[in-house]
Design a protein around this ligand. Structure first.
Ligand SMILES: [Zn+2]
Length: 495
């Protein structure tokens, strides 16, 4: 049996004006062959699980190409996508004929030329392996599953958790679908049920609430044997593309049951769409609450609209601007991406006071820079391999009672290590700014007194109606359109 594995991963945000070029992937991960194997085994993520599942069958997988950006971001350049397709197909040629192909994707990726990069990649791979070779694929829960993806992939398995913690399990599920099919242990097909809605990522979690219950219900369908696998995909909503929406994937041997399960889950998601509307604080309200915060624990200002995990720029100084405008002396911790500021501060003495313009260097659509007199506190140049959060040079500055981490690149934006690595302990502050959607909750819920979802400006705006969507069919998609008359279409298998 011959199985090959490849991976291409980045979540895109159409409203981030900075394209994600090859340099952004080089700062992330690019591996081929043995180096890809070693990286996957060490990381124990989705691809590592695929490798181990194949090896358990006594087969050594053919490792093709792995490309993952440093973080989410603006649309990928054509150079990035072309490089992946060219390298993967070239390496694939030497492995043919194959029995199966495992592909790990994000699923919500756009590029300069493609609105559906993952569908395009799968189509290219399908062309090469032929129509009868099984392709099983894995995705983020925020994937935008399109017809093109479904036409080319036999199996579609996405994360079942948000915050995402089941990377390994998802790779294992995708691999088992493929291997069990090849060994004749199952005879299953993949069905998709569409729901014409997009909702901001910060408005739900699988840990609790309606969405948590929906996931529990889906697990019960697997446990009772009605289906073999499921994913509730909530498309990343900051994609300005023509084909987008939530979708339920059910994989099963019994067509009637797989369709019924898909329908039940889709109906429940559709009927509860209003549950995803968020109550948001204004920035001023959170600053005032934090000033009065005497719990001894920090209050988190969730600046999700500027989350680099959601593809925003991470360079919004909007909260600093409001602290300045309110003349507040709140003890706060803040971070942002600003390469020119790092450049300007890098050769300044620690302890010196500098006049600096902060933020708004990448994205100017939603906010502008703020002018501050800051004191240089420390400078860092972390090695990429020891830096779990942040990348490139870092300067910490103090302005009034605010400690500000200024970074050349942000990664791991929901991880307190982004502060701790640079000498700032979030628990020592009354207000901690976090530019992340939901991922940060696993880290911050245990150490904070309250998490305040805040209506800050940014490319990942929580209020989708403020964004300038041009291609998205607003007349047919919630929350832009009233879809109360929408009837769920019959779940479909395209392979
Ligand atoms: Zn996600």
């Amino acid at each position: 049996m011959r199985i090959a594995i490849c991976a291409f991963r980045q979540e895109s945000n159409s409203f981030n004006p900075v394209p994600s070029g090859l340099d952004f992937y080089e700062r992330g991960a690019i591996f081929e062959g043995q180096a890809m194997y070693d990286f996957a085994k060490e990381k124990q993520g989705t691809v590592g699980a695929m490798v181990e599942a194949v090896e358990k069958e006594g087969v050594k997988p053919e490792m093709l190409c792995f490309m993952s950006a440093l973080s989410s971001g603006g649309p990928a350049t054509d150079e990035v996508v072309d490089r992946f397709v060219e390298r993967t197909t070239s390496l694939l040629k030497d492995c043919l004929p194959l029995d199966g192909l495992l592909v790990s994707l994000h699923g919500a990726t756009v590029s300069e030329s493609h609105e559906d990069v993952c569908g395009y990649i799968l189509e290219k791979l399908r062309e090469q392996v032929g129509p009868s070779v099984l392709i099983s694929s894995s995705y983020d829960l925020h994937a935008n599953i399109t017809d093109r993806i479904q036409r080319n992939a036999d199996f579609i398995c996405g994360y079942q958790t948000y915050p995402h913690v089941d990377f390994y399990e998802t790779g294992d599920r995708a691999a088992r679908m493929l291997l069990d099919s090849l060994k004749g242990r199952i005879h299953a097909r993949t069905y998709r049920t569409n729901v014409p809605m997009i909702v901001p990522a910060g408005s739900y979690t699988t840990l609790r609430g309606f969405f948590g219950d929906l996931i529990k219900q889906a697990h019960a369908m697997v446990d009772s044997g009605r289906i073999l696998d499921f994913t509730v995909f909530q498309a990343q909503p900051w994609l300005d593309v023509k084909e987008i929406g939530a979708s339920i994937i059910t994989i099963g041997e019994d067509e009637t049951q797989a369709k019924a399960c898909g329908y039940e889950l889709a109906k429940k998601l559709l009927d509860n769409r209003e549950a995803f509307r968020q109550d948001l604080y204004t920035i001023d309200e959170v600053i005032r609450k934090a000033e009065a915060n005497t719990t001894g624990k920090p209050m988190v200002l969730c600046d999700a609209p500027d989350s680099t995990n959601a593809g925003a720029c991470g360079d919004s100084p909007a909260v600093l601007e409001r602290i300045k405008a309110l003349d507040s002396d709140v003890k706060a911790a803040f971070y942002l991406r600003d390469t020119p500021a790092v450049e300007a501060l890098w050769d300044k003495e620690v302890g010196s006071v500098q006049h600096i313009s902060l933020g708004g260097t990448l994205c100017r659509t939603f906010y502008g820079p703020v002018e501050l007199d800051v004191k240089v506190v420390s400078k860092h140049n972390p090695e990429p391999e020891v830096s779990v959060a942040g990348s490139g040079r870092v300067v910490v500055v103090r302005w009034r009672n605010v400690d500000i981490v200024v970074l050349e690149y942000i990664s791991g934006s929901g991880n307190p290590a982004l502060y701790r690595n640079f000498g700032i302990e979030p628990e020592d502050y009354r207000l901690v700014n976090v530019k992340a959607c939901t991922s940060f909750r696993t880290h911050y819920e245990p150490i904070s007194c309250e998490i305040c979802e805040t209506n800050t400006p940014g490319a990942a705006a929580a209020d989708l109606t403020v964004l300038d969507f041009r291609k998205l069919p607003k007349d047919r998609i919630f929350p832009f359109a009233d879809i109360s008359d929408y009837r769920i279409q019959e779940p479909a298998a395209l392979r």
